[in-house]
Design a protein around this ligand. Sequence first.
Ligand code: PMP
Ligand code: GLN
Length: 432
Amino acid sequence: MFSFTEIIRINCTVKMSNYGPAKRILNLDKIMWVEFAKLATETKAVNLGPGIPDIAPPDHVVEALKYATAHDNPYMNQATRAFGHPRLINAIAALYGNIQNRTIEPTKEILVTIGAYGSLFNSIMGLVNPGDEVIIIEPFFDCYKPMVLLAGGVPKYIPLKPKENAKSAQNWILDQIEFSALFTDKTKMIILNNPHNPIGKVFTKDELTMIAGLCKKHDVICISDEVYEWMIYTGNKHERIASLPGMWERTITISSAGKIFCATGWKLGWAIGPENLMEGLRVVNHHSVCSCPTPLQEAIAVGLEMELARFDQPDCYLTSLAEEMEKKRDKICLVLKEIGLEPIVPDGGYFVLADVSKINIDFDDGTSDKRDYKFVRWLTKNVGVATIPTSSFFSDDHKYIGEKYIRICFVREESTLDKGLELLKTLNKSDK
Ligand code: PMP
Ligand code: GLN
């Protein structure tokens, strides 16, 4: 037995080399989400930062969860099938089979995971080998990079770039020549996020065809993070890269019940893809978390069954939520224009970028951080609205593209949004 002081001594002498790969390769310093969540709480700001809705999930899903935990089937509160609860994988297969017009084999081509995070982690750990190059389209959801590093992969970045005076997400372009030049004989995977966080870009069929062409030419796997798949605004269509010719065989498509049903705390997601690739994901998932919570899976299954039954009808939650969100997008963009923070109008997702490069306020906080970090801190403390700095979604070389913008999240109750917008309007006065 160790004495208390011996334990302290041992803990204090842990060397870097004694840590496992996660701690040796990654660290917890400067995790942007942590800094800005803390600041928002401390300042009691109206939090328009993280993509965490303050809107409740739909009643039928909440009721299904109550029923799953309370009803008299004793198995519903016990661990279920490791790779996905049978009712949920069947519901996912039925919904996506219907949309993609193909038969999806629920037991072989679907894996239920702890959030979309789990699917991303399983895909990267299950398919990337040390030294493999992974092309990440920027700006990117920040966990892609540490996951690739943990697998021993080498991230390669290609930024979407705004055209001059870009006013909408469509004006952010992936340069085909630059993109093609990134592929080498070491490229194993690309990671695409469509609809895109934070820009709100919905990739067109032509853009996806160009990306798919390169994946096929270089025999590369595509991870398509489609968590905002249902958040599509008028005039746009969500095309699925897995549906393009020759792409099913090399694509893992990822989604999230948290995003679909405003239930991000349920942490349930899934990956869909061909059996041989899914095998890589299944191994990682089985030997790490094994299975996901049964009652949550049951409730999400009930939700998806209901949406499939009323698919294309006005009350289908998948599309009615997007309609509600589109009104919020329009409202927020109007105010941003009014106060001179020109928005990049999103075509999908629930974030909007606001251009803060012309703001005429001294918000320097003496740190060496990027301009958007300083502005977000200033805005949270002085105006009472918390947002997210966009440069955090870029690699070091390309942060200059992001630092012109802050990201504002609008998956919020009307009252929250109105409160935030009223506070933002006060900027007009301080900016003189
Ligand atoms: N991908 C993107 C692009 C996201 O914005 C998020 C947000 N949480 C995730 C993945 C993770 O989703 P989940 O909460 O289901 O893990
Ligand atoms: N995906 C969300 C966002 O982009 C939530 C943040 C997170 O999960 N770290 O805000």
